[in-house]
Design a protein around this ligand. Structure first.
Ligand code: PMV
Length: 330
């Protein structure tokens, strides 16, 4: 019996310029390029064991054995790895997140980035970071952005090979902090895989996509010049555009809850009063309050006074996917 094991850790990421909608759903080729920051302290750790005596792929997630759709999605991802790496073995996958799944903190991004990195490492294969991002993308589009370090751009591309992510700045380049106001830890009603398919049913999607490259250029320049005023304006605008598409899809997708909108208004007020903070939301009700490090404690303190906020998570810029000791996962 031969078994080969490796484990990897990858962080969740928060998109400043959002990915919403695919031109190719199977390959998860996005309609537009996107830009994000990895979130230190919010991660998935995944161990992959390829074994020649295993009869099927298995998945354990946060201690529970997973069957059905969850297992099928991981197995499909393993099929892509098997094909590229020339493997025939099944795999035992053990994974754990240290944050709630499916609640607007991108758990699938961290999970598929870690799964891809561990799967490749366990096979002993030599794969470039760029190629690894394309594999992660097959499992969950935003997972491509959890592979490189720090602030990351995902080029939309027009094929599997050209749709990849790369770092534009290291984690310590700019001391931004994501102060996440958790208002619902419930699993979101419509996951992003179905959401991406619905994007094209909104009349607004064409207009959102048309301006995405320009918004990305503005956001990237704001990050590279550490210009918070320009950054805040484009980040909130891009989030509003994505949610406008979601709300005008048929059937509509409303991820916001009443406290979501209340916190968005407060954040704008706090910024007008002098705090360097802006909001962005993924496919969930939680509000990601992005601020400069000096203002993070005050933003967090104010959020904690709100009765609708059940938890506040704070994340600085994180590193990319890395190989870790497998004994720490199992
Ligand atoms: O990678 P997915 O399929 O979970 O899609 C992520 C979509 C958003 O989080 C809403 C936006 C983004 O760019 O991360």
């Amino acid at each position: 019996m031969t078994e080969r094991t490796a484990a990897a850790r990858a962080h969740a990421n928060i998109a400043f310029i959002k990915y919403w909608g695919n031109r190719d759903h199977e390959l998860r080729l996005p309609m537009n390029p996107s830009l994000s920051m990895n979130l230190d302290g919010l991660y998935a750790e995944t161990m992959v064991t390829w074994g020649d005596k295993l009869n099927a792929d298995t998945l354990t997630l946060n201690g529970d054995t997973i069957y059905g759709e969850g297992l099928r999605r991981v197995s499909k991802h393993l099929d892509a790895l098997r094909k590229r790496l020339g493997l025939r073995d099944f795999a035992r996958v053990v994974s754990a997140n240290n944050f709630p799944t499916g609640a607007g903190i991108a758990s699938s991004a961290a999970a598929f980035a870690a799964l891809s990195a561990a799967g490749v490492a366990a096979a002993g294969a030599n794969v470039s970071e760029r190629e690894l991002t394309t594999f992660a993308r097959l499992g969950s589009g935003s997972a491509s952005r959890s592979v490189p370090t720090g602030f990351v751009e995902w080029h939309e591309g027009n094929s599997h090979e050209t749709s990849y992510a790369e770092s534009i700045a290291a984690p310590d380049y700019w001391g931004l902090v994501d102060v996440i106001a958790v208002i619902s830890a419930a699993h979101k009603p419509v996951g992003s895989t179905a959401g991406h398919r619905s994007a094209e049913t909104s009349d607004l999607q064409t207009a959102r996509v048309a301006g995405a490259a320009e918004r990305l250029a503005i956001c990237k320049a704001a990050i590279l010049s550490r210009n918070f005023v320009a950054f805040a304006e484009i980040v909130e605008h891009d989030s509003n555009l994505m949610h406008a598409v979601m709300m005008t899809s048929r059937p509509p997708l409303f991820y916001w809850l009443p406290p979501t909108l209340a916190i968005m208004a407060l954040v704008r007020q706090w910024r007008a009063d002098g705090l360097r903070v802006c909001y962005t939301l993924d496919a969930g009700a939680n509000v990601h309050c992005i601020c400069v490090r000096e203002d993070a404690d005050e933003v967090s303190r104010r959020l904690r006074t709100l009765s609708e906020v059940i938890d506040v998570r704070i994340a600085a810029p994180g590193t990319g996917a890395s190989i870790i000791n497998s004994s720490s996962v199992a």
